[in-house]
Design a protein around this ligand. Sequence first.
Ligand code: SF4
Length: 302
Amino acid sequence: MTAPPAPASLRRVRDALLGWYAVAHRDFPWRATRDPYAVLVSEVMLQQTQASRVVERFPRFMARFPSAAALAAASSAEVLAEWSGLGYNRRALSLQRAASAVTRDGWPRDVVGLRTLPGVGPYTARAVASLAFGIPAGVVDTNVRRWLLRRFAVDDRPASLQTLADALAAPGDGGEAATWTHASMEFGARICRARSPECEICPIAVSCPSRGAAPHVAVPRQAPLRGSSRAYRGAVLNRLATAPAHELAEAALLAAIAGDRARVGPGLAPTGWERILGGLERDGLVHRRDGMVRLGAATIRA
Ligand code: SF4
């Protein structure tokens, strides 16, 4: 096991990154807010979706559903239609359930409480705790993991990385919790990048054991999209999101997807189609009635 870095070394790294972030960061719209709802929306969107795409979609989503109460009051079809194209659509339904919970019970204000919200895992709880509530909780995303491994040569174990991230996030002389979380993530995304890290202009290059020879830090690879269940599920949801009243005849929907072979896949046998549609129904993403497929879960009529 690698010895933990000395507190003075951690302070130097923290101070250098905060100084760099103050002059070099990008002004993303979610960085200008401490509203826990807006922070949660942005964090959920940023999971599995590139920041360049979230830049377009986050303001639109916030304009449509400006508060947790507004999101909680919407139909699942409205939420899924607005989420269309961002992928991993179950995230949208979990986000809506979280919005319902905080509208009913108020916001939990610490990591443990935030973890109880639907769809909120350890990473998201820590991100919201630091970004919205100013709690000095270390946040380890893909970018942070990479630079921690390179700069400190610690064990590549979640517990080791979390301990190190927490030590770095502890309050120091400069910068508050939210700024540190943004700085830590931004540094990994902009300077200690996966490919071609910018060691020549790196603000923490002194004493970096990886300087000039940064090792590749592997991340789990996603399977190719075309032909996958994810591709067919996404195609169904995208078609319904743009259809009038968010519904289509099942036969027309199947024909539309079969006609999009280049992007979606080579087509599905009846059992494969049933597997895709049945899975979407079980996840509450679509429902069928009278030969029609409609976006969202069925609403129970009184
Ligand atoms: S010197 Fe290079 S490898 Fe080390 S932290 Fe900076 S960018 Fe990353």
